[in-house]
Design a binder for this molecule. Sequence first.
Ligand code: NAP
Length: 303
Amino acid sequence: MNARILDGRSLGRTIRTQIRADVEELTRNAAVVPGLAVILIGEDAASRVYVTNKIKACADVGIRSTLIEYPNDVPAEALIDAIKHLNQDPAMHGILVQLPLPPHHDVRAVLHAISIEKDVDGFHLYNVGGLVVGDMIFSPCTPFGVMKILDHAGIPVEGKNVTIVGASNIVGKPMALMMMQRDATVAVCHEKTRDLAQYTILADILIVAAGVPNLILPQMVRTGAVVIDVGINRLPDGRLVGDVDFDGVCRRASCITPVPGGVGPMTVTMLLANTVSAARRFVDRTRGPILEPKRLEGAAPLT
Ligand code: NAP
């Protein structure tokens, strides 16, 4: 079997065309240009690449973005104060703090300082808790992007066995909750899981987000499974790979996302979608619902 490639780059481009039109409509009808503030702390090279990509993507669809940089040793209070200031800024509808933070910062305190109406990464406790009952304002971008890939490919989730490898707060756990909302049967694996293959082999849909190259080998994958590789790993020779042995697993899976070009571009696309949704909510809150509520399925309900 040669797996069908689920092309996140191409899907991302299609969705961004719609987002660009939404931005134009907001600008034309409400005189509001969606704005995203991105906070980068320290000199982590990978974080800088991610932030640069996000800012470029904003420019591409007409979202106004601003990059706020701090040195590694910025005091926690200064960071929280900056976030509070942005919470009040009517030109900034979304706030993103690039993770990971330097170790002396309390990540939870920083994320919780962000107004829930501007939490476009979906990491505030309100949005995380909302995932449990399916009532969040913003879905976290990476799992949201994965759901979009599956939906676009016409892959049903209801009743399927879904195994998620990786249980982080930003990918694995929210992914599990989103899958449960869609009536999948979910197993979540992590580093202490004994006999990982026992769980991966059961999966109709296998989602891998561990950050370990070649963690998933062909014999761990059920024939015909859908494989979503969230991992991004830079090898010593400079190549970018996921967590899945792509060539080997392609021969067993029915569908697979590549790295690069799979989940990564969709994560950024969902950030753009959430930012536009935040701007639309701002307009509705401050001036009443003067615009047609257009939004991507799975994004925030307009209240
Ligand atoms: P993380 O916070 O380091 O979490 C990794 C998770 O994987 C943890 O739950 C860990 O288990 C588990 N794990 C590690 N080694 C394992 C193993 N050998 N077997 C089973 N589970 C294992 O990482 P993250 O932020 O979730 O990111 C995961 C990967 O996705 C990274 O490669 C990251 O670069 C990538 N990523 C990609 C995107 C995208 O847009 N494509 C977005 C975010 C992240 P414990 O909980 O027991 O430690």
